[in-house]
Design a protein around this ligand. Structure first.
Ligand code: PMP
Length: 345
């Protein structure tokens, strides 16, 4: 890896971050808060939230097996996807490399930040060759994106392939493990100490059942986390989100039950889906969704919408012609999907 200073945009390296009212008194126990121009009358949200979410990070840390100092929390993982562009990529000069197809927000964030987005096509088994990915890089490539398990294909990549990229690329490698709770592969977040150039993304939106609170996580070296904290909005995770996340973290048994129910439903639904006359092929998955090649994705998608059932039409995505992406629902939802598809003519 290059020295961090050589990877970071010079303006960000030199940036003096905003110091919020709540940052400045650290270390003392305070009772009277006349520092932040808040309304003093309590209603549960009249005070600004903890800018670094320390209590919440202390609860997440043992669950994820990652020290709080190696953790950034943001407004969904979408915030943790956008910030690295602003930290590392000089607009109009630098580029990033990503497998294709993959999660669409990497490209949207690249284009928003005026950063070239280089796509490296997966092969027909939706796998990638580390050499090909590395060959797509040049001296201005700052970040490589690998989503594993990948969205929309569902498959997790072999650890050795990701490790080869981590070992041989001299920039930052973002490994998006949004769906790792549904995979039997050992998550890379446990190895952040080994790879100074890794940023692992996790989210509360999938297994944790909290898409509505918008809470994402990035795990990386303390130096990289320091850069995230420098650039983020001062109070980027609101009070209500922090409260709800703490409540959910207190109920790990419910989480485990949901994950095992989703995995069980996944195998039932996939077996039944594969037998439908309209199904051409089901792709193996390590996530809470699967990709299916069907006979006429547009027609089937429109038919399902008319029946009030929404799946994701991936027909126009590279290498996903005639594919639908189906999220695993409850038993009842999955049964309704199958019943509707059995009536499709
Ligand atoms: N990463 C991947 C791979 C995703 O599929 C998604 C959501 N579809 C996200 C990140 C976004 O997660 P969040 O809701 O935390 O912004």
């Amino acid at each position: 890896m290059k020295a961090l200073q050589d990877l970071v945009r010079p303006n960000i390296w030199a940036l003096k971050p905003y110091s919020s009212a709540r940052d400045e008194y650290k270390g003392f126990t305070a009772e009277v808060f006349l520092d932040a121009n808040e309304n003093p009358y309590p209603n549960g949200v009249n005070r600004y939230p903890d800018p670094l979410q320390e209590e919440l990070k202390a609860m997440i840390s043992p669950m994820k097996g990652v020290p709080a100092a190696n953790m950034f929390l943001g407004n969904g993982s979408d915030e943790a996807i956008d910030l690295p562009f602003r930290i590392f990529c000089r607009p109009g000069k630098d580029n990033v490399v990503a497998i294709d197809p993959t999660y669409g927000m990497y490209q949207v964030c690249a284009e928003t930040n005026d950063v070239e987005y280089r796509k490296v096509a997966l092969d027909e088994s939706y796998d990638f060759d580390p050499e090909v990915l590395l060959n797509a890089c040049d001296e201005n490539t700052k970040i490589i994106f690998i989503c594993s398990p990948n969205n929309p294909t569902g498959n997790a990549f072999k650890r050795e392939k990701i490790e080869k990229v981590l070992n041989e690329f001299d920039g930052i490698v973002i490994v998006d493990e949004a769906y790792s709770d549904f995979s039997s592969a050992r998550p890379l977040r446990h190895d952040i100490a080994k790879y100074p150039n890794i940023i692992v993304l996790n989210t509360f939106s999938k297994a944790w059942g909290c898409a509505g609170i918008r809470l994402g996580m990035a795990f990386a070296s303390e130096d990289i986390i320091g850069l995230f904290n420098k650039v983020k909005y001062p109070y980027n995770v609101n009070v209500l989100t922090q409260q709800k996340a703490k409540e959910v973290l207190g109920n790990a048994t419910l989480l485990a039950r949901h994950i095992s129910q989703i995995m069980e439903e996944r195998s039932t639904l996939m077996q039944a889906f594969a037998l439908l006359p309209l199904c051409e092929k089901i792709y193996q998955t390590d996530a809470n969704f699967f990709l299916a090649k069907v006979k006429g994705a547009d027609k089937i998608y429109d038919y399902l919408v008319r029946r009030g059932i929404i799946v994701r039409n991936r027909n126009r995505v590279n290498l996903c012609g005639d594919c639908l992406r189906v999220t695993i629902g409850t038993k009842d939802e999955n049964t309704r999907l199958l019943a509707a598809l059995r009536q499709f003519v």
